[in-house]
Design a binder for this molecule. Structure first.
Ligand code: AMP
Length: 288
């Protein structure tokens, strides 16, 4: 367990030195990358890391590279003081929170392109998003050199891409995927939930309801992908004023199109409300 004391580190080289010190002393390092404005979902990842590792490092960095020109980089919610308290109480040992100038000291000479798993779901409505995610994660993995990294299945496409990133570039670390933390009514915890109006907050639970409906339909024998997609769309359209960005059913973690549901599948949705775009998904196995 962490000892109720957290050290804040701003500089990349200080972070690298600290982590090397711990590794040379034989300690294991768990790493939880975040964009801050912490909620119970993030804290669940921390909980797993604290349990599995000697040292837990949480990063807070709102990465400009993964936001499109018309997205919410500027307005992304931030509250460093609250984050520090929550992280400390959860047992985090170090918070790594560089500013943009520190993270990207020079203009990058390389650009990365995620070829697989990135052209569907959020990748198709947020072009370049996963290239930005992969770039910052390569940097963070090299700075922090963790033994274990923790990602939420709430961002299942991101987790699938990170799995491929670790495999393709032979990062010597384990990916641990953690189940989505939800509000009591089922809404997935998200930093962006604060931007829902009270009415939208009530409607937003129907993202989860629609996914459960899909799972139930599959359990009842419906295997046709298009039928499941339609079921989910109809439910969201009937119960929310949100604009559907996508509803899709794909194999997981390959994220390829399947006409008939079989094996491990993901049903994923993205819905735009007036000030927040919410995503959610459900992953389950379909037997023959
Ligand atoms: P973010 O700060 O939104 O970039 O998220 C940082 C990490 O927390 C990612 O691995 C997310 O998948 C994970 N995460 C976000 N929301 C949840 C949630 N409701 N439950 C579990 N993990 C989550």
């Amino acid at each position: 367990m962490g000892e109720n004391r957290v050290e804040i580190i701003i500089s990349k080289s200080d972070m690298q030195k600290k982590t090397l010190e711990h590794k040379r002393a034989g300690k294991t390092i768990g790493f939880v990358p975040t964009m801050g404005f912490l909620h119970e979902g993030h804290l669940k990842l921390v909980e797993h890391s604290v349990e599995d590792n000697d040292i837990t490092i949480l990063s807070i960095f709102v990465n400009p590279l993964q936001f499109g020109p018309n997205e919410d980089f500027e307005s992304y919610p931030r509250d460093q003081e609250r984050d520090k308290k929550l992280a400390m109480n959860a047992g985090v040992d170090y918070i790594f929170m560089p500013d943009t100038a520190e993270m990207y000291r020079n203009e990058l000479s390389f650009s990365l392109n995620v070829d697989r798993r990135a052209d569907v779901l959020c990748g198709s409505s947020r072009p370049g998003h996963f290239n930005g995610v992969a770039t910052v994660l390569i940097k963070l993995f090299n700075i922090i050199q963790p033994d274990n990294v923790y990602f939420g299945t709430k961002d299942a496409q991101q987790t699938a891409i990170v799995e491929a990133l670790i495999e393709d570039f032979d990062f010597p670390l384990n990916l641990k995927a953690v189940q989505t933390a939800r509000d009591p009514d089922g809404l997935a915890k998200s930093s962006r939930n604060v931007y829902l109006s009270p009415d939208e907050r009530k409607q937003a639970v129907h993202l989860y309801h629609s996914l459960k409906l899909a799972e139930e339909a599959v359990l009842n024998g419906i295997k046709d992908t298009e039928a499941i997609i339609q079921l989910v769309k109809d439910h969201i359209e009937e119960h929310t004023n949100g604009h559907i960005d996508y509803v899709d059913v794909l194999s997981y973690p390959q994220l390829t199109y399947i006409s008939e549901l079989q094996g491990k599948v993901i049903v994923a949705v993205a819905v735009k409300f007036s000030k927040a775009r919410l995503i959610d998904n459900i992953i389950f196995s379909v037997n023959d």
